[in-house]
Design a protein around this ligand. Structure first.
Ligand SMILES: [Zn+2]
Ligand SMILES: [Zn+2]
Length: 324
Protein backbone atom coordinates (compact mmCIF):
# COMPACT_ATOMS: atom_id res chain seq x y z
CA UNK A 1 0.00 0.00 0.00
CA UNK A 2 1.24 3.50 -0.79
CA UNK A 3 1.42 5.96 2.04
CA UNK A 4 1.64 9.71 1.94
CA UNK A 5 4.08 11.84 3.93
CA UNK A 6 1.93 11.52 7.06
CA UNK A 7 1.69 7.76 6.68
CA UNK A 8 -1.96 7.79 5.52
CA UNK A 9 -3.02 5.39 2.83
CA UNK A 10 -3.39 7.13 -0.52
CA UNK A 11 -6.90 7.42 -1.87
CA UNK A 12 -5.77 5.98 -5.15
CA UNK A 13 -3.43 3.13 -4.42
CA UNK A 14 -2.02 0.57 -6.86
CA UNK A 15 -0.22 3.09 -9.06
CA UNK A 16 3.40 4.12 -8.70
CA UNK A 17 3.46 7.58 -7.18
CA UNK A 18 6.02 9.82 -8.85
CA UNK A 19 8.13 12.25 -6.91
CA UNK A 20 6.11 15.41 -6.45
CA UNK A 21 8.20 18.55 -6.65
CA UNK A 22 7.58 21.43 -4.25
CA UNK A 23 4.57 23.47 -5.36
CA UNK A 24 3.27 20.71 -7.61
CA UNK A 25 0.09 18.68 -7.52
CA UNK A 26 -0.44 15.04 -8.35
CA UNK A 27 -3.80 14.94 -10.10
CA UNK A 28 -6.10 12.04 -10.75
CA UNK A 29 -7.17 12.81 -14.32
CA UNK A 30 -10.96 12.89 -14.64
CA UNK A 31 -11.05 14.09 -18.25
CA UNK A 32 -8.68 15.50 -20.84
CA UNK A 33 -9.66 17.36 -23.99
CA UNK A 34 -8.16 16.51 -27.37
CA UNK A 35 -6.87 19.63 -29.11
CA UNK A 36 -5.66 20.27 -32.63
CA UNK A 37 -2.28 21.15 -31.13
CA UNK A 38 -2.01 17.50 -30.02
CA UNK A 39 -2.34 16.52 -33.68
CA UNK A 40 0.42 18.94 -34.64
CA UNK A 41 2.62 17.42 -31.90
CA UNK A 42 1.83 13.86 -33.01
CA UNK A 43 2.59 14.86 -36.62
CA UNK A 44 5.93 16.46 -35.65
CA UNK A 45 4.87 19.88 -36.91
CA UNK A 46 5.98 21.78 -33.79
CA UNK A 47 9.61 22.19 -32.84
CA UNK A 48 11.10 22.38 -29.37
CA UNK A 49 8.99 19.86 -27.49
CA UNK A 50 10.21 16.93 -25.44
CA UNK A 51 10.01 13.36 -26.72
CA UNK A 52 8.67 10.97 -25.71
CA UNK A 53 5.79 12.96 -24.26
CA UNK A 54 2.32 12.31 -22.89
CA UNK A 55 0.12 14.80 -24.78
CA UNK A 56 -2.94 16.56 -23.44
CA UNK A 57 -3.31 20.10 -22.13
CA UNK A 58 -6.99 20.37 -21.25
CA UNK A 59 -6.82 18.41 -18.01
CA UNK A 60 -9.58 18.23 -15.46
CA UNK A 61 -8.29 16.45 -12.40
CA UNK A 62 -8.78 16.12 -8.68
CA UNK A 63 -5.90 16.74 -6.32
CA UNK A 64 -4.64 13.38 -5.16
CA UNK A 65 -1.47 14.56 -3.42
CA UNK A 66 0.29 17.86 -2.92
CA UNK A 67 3.99 18.62 -3.05
CA UNK A 68 5.70 20.59 -0.34
CA UNK A 69 4.30 24.10 0.00
CA UNK A 70 1.40 23.49 -2.39
CA UNK A 71 -1.54 25.06 -0.59
CA UNK A 72 -3.71 26.74 -3.23
CA UNK A 73 -5.98 23.73 -3.60
CA UNK A 74 -7.15 21.14 -1.11
CA UNK A 75 -6.82 17.40 -1.55
CA UNK A 76 -9.82 16.16 -3.49
CA UNK A 77 -10.47 19.58 -5.04
CA UNK A 78 -11.11 19.76 -8.78
CA UNK A 79 -8.70 21.83 -10.87
CA UNK A 80 -7.99 22.52 -14.52
CA UNK A 81 -4.58 22.43 -16.17
CA UNK A 82 -4.06 24.43 -19.38
CA UNK A 83 -1.36 24.59 -22.06
CA UNK A 84 0.70 27.15 -20.12
CA UNK A 85 2.37 24.91 -17.57
CA UNK A 86 5.10 27.24 -16.35
CA UNK A 87 6.95 30.48 -17.06
CA UNK A 88 10.26 31.97 -15.96
CA UNK A 89 8.71 35.03 -14.33
CA UNK A 90 11.81 37.04 -15.17
CA UNK A 91 12.01 37.71 -18.91
CA UNK A 92 10.81 40.95 -20.49
CA UNK A 93 7.54 39.34 -21.57
CA UNK A 94 6.76 37.90 -18.14
CA UNK A 95 7.51 41.22 -16.47
CA UNK A 96 5.32 43.07 -18.97
CA UNK A 97 2.26 40.93 -18.21
CA UNK A 98 2.63 38.91 -21.41
CA UNK A 99 3.63 35.60 -19.92
CA UNK A 100 2.02 33.89 -22.91
CA UNK A 101 5.16 34.97 -24.82
CA UNK A 102 7.66 33.88 -22.13
CA UNK A 103 10.98 32.87 -23.66
CA UNK A 104 11.24 29.91 -21.30
CA UNK A 105 7.59 28.87 -21.06
CA UNK A 106 6.88 25.20 -20.30
CA UNK A 107 3.82 23.86 -22.05
CA UNK A 108 1.68 21.00 -20.80
CA UNK A 109 1.76 17.93 -23.03
CA UNK A 110 4.70 19.41 -24.95
CA UNK A 111 7.53 20.06 -22.47
CA UNK A 112 5.92 18.33 -19.50
CA UNK A 113 3.73 15.24 -19.56
CA UNK A 114 0.06 15.98 -20.06
CA UNK A 115 -3.33 14.48 -19.47
CA UNK A 116 -3.64 11.50 -21.82
CA UNK A 117 -3.10 9.53 -18.65
CA UNK A 118 -4.69 8.45 -15.39
CA UNK A 119 -2.47 10.74 -13.33
CA UNK A 120 -0.65 13.97 -14.12
CA UNK A 121 1.62 16.41 -12.34
CA UNK A 122 1.07 20.16 -12.53
CA UNK A 123 2.50 23.33 -11.02
CA UNK A 124 -0.32 24.63 -8.83
CA UNK A 125 0.41 28.25 -9.78
CA UNK A 126 -0.75 27.47 -13.32
CA UNK A 127 -3.89 25.52 -12.39
CA UNK A 128 -7.38 26.97 -12.38
CA UNK A 129 -10.42 26.44 -10.19
CA UNK A 130 -13.27 25.30 -12.44
CA UNK A 131 -16.89 26.48 -12.51
CA UNK A 132 -19.19 23.94 -10.86
CA UNK A 133 -21.80 24.16 -13.62
CA UNK A 134 -19.66 21.97 -15.94
CA UNK A 135 -19.09 18.29 -15.33
CA UNK A 136 -15.56 16.96 -15.73
CA UNK A 137 -15.74 16.10 -19.43
CA UNK A 138 -17.72 19.24 -20.30
CA UNK A 139 -15.18 21.43 -18.53
CA UNK A 140 -12.15 20.01 -20.36
CA UNK A 141 -12.57 21.92 -23.68
CA UNK A 142 -12.78 25.20 -21.77
CA UNK A 143 -9.11 24.85 -20.91
CA UNK A 144 -7.70 25.39 -24.39
CA UNK A 145 -10.41 25.64 -27.01
CA UNK A 146 -12.34 28.02 -24.76
CA UNK A 147 -9.35 29.97 -23.53
CA UNK A 148 -7.67 30.46 -26.89
CA UNK A 149 -11.01 31.33 -28.44
CA UNK A 150 -11.56 33.90 -25.73
CA UNK A 151 -8.13 35.46 -26.23
CA UNK A 152 -8.67 35.56 -30.00
CA UNK A 153 -12.05 37.20 -29.55
CA UNK A 154 -10.51 39.78 -27.23
CA UNK A 155 -8.10 40.67 -30.06
CA UNK A 156 -11.14 41.54 -32.17
CA UNK A 157 -11.79 44.47 -29.81
CA UNK A 158 -15.32 45.80 -30.07
CA UNK A 159 -15.93 44.24 -33.51
CA UNK A 160 -19.65 43.62 -33.97
CA UNK A 161 -19.64 41.43 -37.09
CA UNK A 162 -17.21 38.61 -36.39
CA UNK A 163 -16.33 35.88 -38.87
CA UNK A 164 -15.11 32.49 -37.64
CA UNK A 165 -13.11 30.30 -40.01
CA UNK A 166 -13.04 26.64 -38.99
CA UNK A 167 -16.00 25.68 -36.83
CA UNK A 168 -14.48 23.19 -34.39
CA UNK A 169 -13.94 23.05 -30.65
CA UNK A 170 -12.71 26.62 -30.14
CA UNK A 171 -15.26 28.16 -32.50
CA UNK A 172 -18.25 26.45 -30.93
CA UNK A 173 -17.36 27.96 -27.56
CA UNK A 174 -16.33 31.41 -28.78
CA UNK A 175 -19.55 31.64 -30.80
CA UNK A 176 -21.59 31.36 -27.60
CA UNK A 177 -19.47 33.96 -25.81
CA UNK A 178 -19.66 36.34 -28.79
CA UNK A 179 -23.44 35.92 -29.02
CA UNK A 180 -23.69 36.65 -25.27
CA UNK A 181 -21.72 39.85 -25.90
CA UNK A 182 -24.24 40.89 -28.56
CA UNK A 183 -21.99 40.35 -31.56
CA UNK A 184 -23.13 38.99 -34.94
CA UNK A 185 -21.45 35.76 -35.93
CA UNK A 186 -20.60 34.51 -39.42
CA UNK A 187 -19.30 30.93 -39.63
CA UNK A 188 -17.08 29.66 -42.44
CA UNK A 189 -16.52 25.92 -42.81
CA UNK A 190 -14.94 23.41 -45.18
CA UNK A 191 -16.63 23.34 -48.57
CA UNK A 192 -20.08 21.83 -48.37
CA UNK A 193 -19.84 20.90 -44.68
CA UNK A 194 -23.55 21.33 -44.10
CA UNK A 195 -23.36 19.54 -40.72
CA UNK A 196 -20.90 22.11 -39.35
CA UNK A 197 -22.91 24.94 -40.90
CA UNK A 198 -26.10 23.68 -39.28
CA UNK A 199 -24.25 23.34 -35.96
CA UNK A 200 -23.04 26.94 -36.27
CA UNK A 201 -26.56 28.24 -36.93
CA UNK A 202 -27.85 26.27 -33.96
CA UNK A 203 -25.28 28.07 -31.78
CA UNK A 204 -26.58 31.46 -32.83
CA UNK A 205 -24.53 32.30 -35.92
CA UNK A 206 -26.42 34.68 -38.17
CA UNK A 207 -24.91 33.18 -41.31
CA UNK A 208 -22.95 30.02 -42.14
CA UNK A 209 -21.32 29.08 -45.41
CA UNK A 210 -18.22 27.77 -47.19
CA UNK A 211 -14.88 29.45 -46.52
CA UNK A 212 -14.69 30.61 -50.12
CA UNK A 213 -18.03 32.43 -49.92
CA UNK A 214 -18.43 36.16 -49.40
CA UNK A 215 -20.46 36.96 -46.27
CA UNK A 216 -23.63 39.04 -46.71
CA UNK A 217 -21.97 41.93 -44.82
CA UNK A 218 -18.27 42.85 -44.59
CA UNK A 219 -16.75 41.58 -41.34
CA UNK A 220 -15.33 43.84 -38.63
CA UNK A 221 -13.02 41.01 -37.57
CA UNK A 222 -12.22 37.46 -38.60
CA UNK A 223 -10.90 34.70 -36.32
CA UNK A 224 -9.08 31.82 -38.00
CA UNK A 225 -9.15 28.53 -36.10
CA UNK A 226 -8.50 26.24 -39.08
CA UNK A 227 -4.76 25.66 -39.66
CA UNK A 228 -5.04 26.58 -43.33
CA UNK A 229 -2.90 29.47 -44.56
CA UNK A 230 -4.99 29.82 -47.73
CA UNK A 231 -7.79 31.18 -45.52
CA UNK A 232 -5.80 34.31 -44.67
CA UNK A 233 -6.32 36.14 -47.98
CA UNK A 234 -9.95 34.95 -48.04
CA UNK A 235 -10.54 36.35 -44.57
CA UNK A 236 -8.82 39.63 -45.42
CA UNK A 237 -11.04 39.95 -48.48
CA UNK A 238 -14.13 39.43 -46.32
CA UNK A 239 -13.03 42.02 -43.73
CA UNK A 240 -13.77 45.73 -43.99
CA UNK A 241 -11.20 48.52 -43.96
CA UNK A 242 -9.71 48.98 -40.50
CA UNK A 243 -10.71 45.45 -39.49
CA UNK A 244 -8.54 42.74 -38.00
CA UNK A 245 -7.83 39.15 -38.99
CA UNK A 246 -6.67 37.02 -36.05
CA UNK A 247 -4.85 33.71 -36.62
CA UNK A 248 -5.54 31.67 -33.49
CA UNK A 249 -3.78 28.37 -34.19
CA UNK A 250 -0.27 27.39 -33.10
CA UNK A 251 0.52 26.06 -36.57
CA UNK A 252 -0.72 26.92 -40.04
CA UNK A 253 0.16 25.80 -43.54
CA UNK A 254 1.98 28.44 -45.59
CA UNK A 255 0.07 31.58 -46.41
CA UNK A 256 -0.07 32.06 -50.18
CA UNK A 257 1.06 35.40 -51.59
CA UNK A 258 -1.73 37.89 -52.05
CA UNK A 259 -2.34 41.35 -53.40
CA UNK A 260 -1.42 44.23 -51.09
CA UNK A 261 -4.87 45.64 -51.76
CA UNK A 262 -6.27 42.99 -49.38
CA UNK A 263 -4.24 44.44 -46.50
CA UNK A 264 -4.49 48.07 -47.58
CA UNK A 265 -7.05 50.21 -45.81
CA UNK A 266 -5.46 49.70 -42.41
CA UNK A 267 -6.48 46.10 -42.05
CA UNK A 268 -4.49 44.26 -39.38
CA UNK A 269 -3.26 40.69 -39.62
CA UNK A 270 -2.06 39.16 -36.36
CA UNK A 271 -1.61 35.93 -34.45
CA UNK A 272 -2.62 34.89 -30.96
CA UNK A 273 -0.14 32.81 -28.98
CA UNK A 274 -0.89 30.67 -25.94
CA UNK A 275 -2.61 32.19 -22.93
CA UNK A 276 -1.96 34.09 -19.75
CA UNK A 277 -3.33 33.05 -16.38
CA UNK A 278 -5.37 36.22 -16.44
CA UNK A 279 -7.10 35.06 -19.66
CA UNK A 280 -7.99 31.84 -17.89
CA UNK A 281 -9.41 33.52 -14.82
CA UNK A 282 -11.47 35.95 -16.90
CA UNK A 283 -12.80 33.30 -19.25
CA UNK A 284 -13.67 30.79 -16.54
CA UNK A 285 -15.69 33.50 -14.77
CA UNK A 286 -17.43 34.46 -18.02
CA UNK A 287 -18.28 30.96 -19.31
CA UNK A 288 -21.02 30.21 -16.74
CA UNK A 289 -22.43 33.75 -17.05
CA UNK A 290 -22.67 33.33 -20.83
CA UNK A 291 -24.29 29.92 -20.21
CA UNK A 292 -21.72 28.27 -22.45
CA UNK A 293 -22.50 24.63 -23.19
CA UNK A 294 -19.72 22.49 -24.57
CA UNK A 295 -20.62 19.88 -27.15
CA UNK A 296 -18.39 16.90 -26.50
CA UNK A 297 -17.81 13.35 -27.62
CA UNK A 298 -16.36 11.10 -24.91
CA UNK A 299 -13.65 8.54 -25.66
CA UNK A 300 -11.97 6.04 -23.37
CA UNK A 301 -8.29 6.71 -22.76
CA UNK A 302 -7.38 3.70 -24.92
CA UNK A 303 -9.28 5.32 -27.81
CA UNK A 304 -7.01 8.39 -27.93
CA UNK A 305 -5.87 7.57 -31.46
CA UNK A 306 -9.48 7.31 -32.66
CA UNK A 307 -10.21 10.69 -31.10
CA UNK A 308 -7.22 12.22 -32.91
CA UNK A 309 -8.29 10.59 -36.18
CA UNK A 310 -11.83 11.95 -35.85
CA UNK A 311 -10.44 15.42 -35.18
CA UNK A 312 -8.20 15.16 -38.24
CA UNK A 313 -11.16 14.11 -40.40
CA UNK A 314 -13.34 16.93 -39.12
CA UNK A 315 -15.79 14.26 -37.99
CA UNK A 316 -16.64 16.02 -34.71
CA UNK A 317 -19.14 18.67 -33.80
CA UNK A 318 -17.47 20.38 -30.88
CA UNK A 319 -14.70 18.68 -28.92
CA UNK A 320 -13.31 15.21 -28.25
CA UNK A 321 -12.63 14.39 -24.60
CA UNK A 322 -10.77 11.41 -23.15
CA UNK A 323 -12.27 10.01 -19.97
CA UNK A 324 -9.91 7.61 -18.19
ZN1 LIG B 1 9.40 34.52 -18.95
ZN1 LIG C 1 -4.90 23.34 -27.31
Amino acid sequence: MLLDAQGRALREAAVPVPAIAPGELLLRVRACGVCRTDLHIVDGELEGGRLPIVPGHEIVGTVSRRGKGAERFAEGERVGVPWLGGTCGECDHCRAGRENLCDRARFTGFHRDGGYAEYALADERFCFALPASFDDAEAAPLLCAGLIGYRALAMAGDARRVGIYGFGAAAHIVAQVAAFQGRELYAFTRLGDSAAQGFARKLGCRWAGDSTQTPPEPLDAALLFAPVGALVPLALAATRKGGVVVCAGIHMSDIPSFSYSLLWGERTLRSVANLTRRDGEEFLRLAPLARVRTEIRRYALAEANSALADLREGALNGAAVLVP
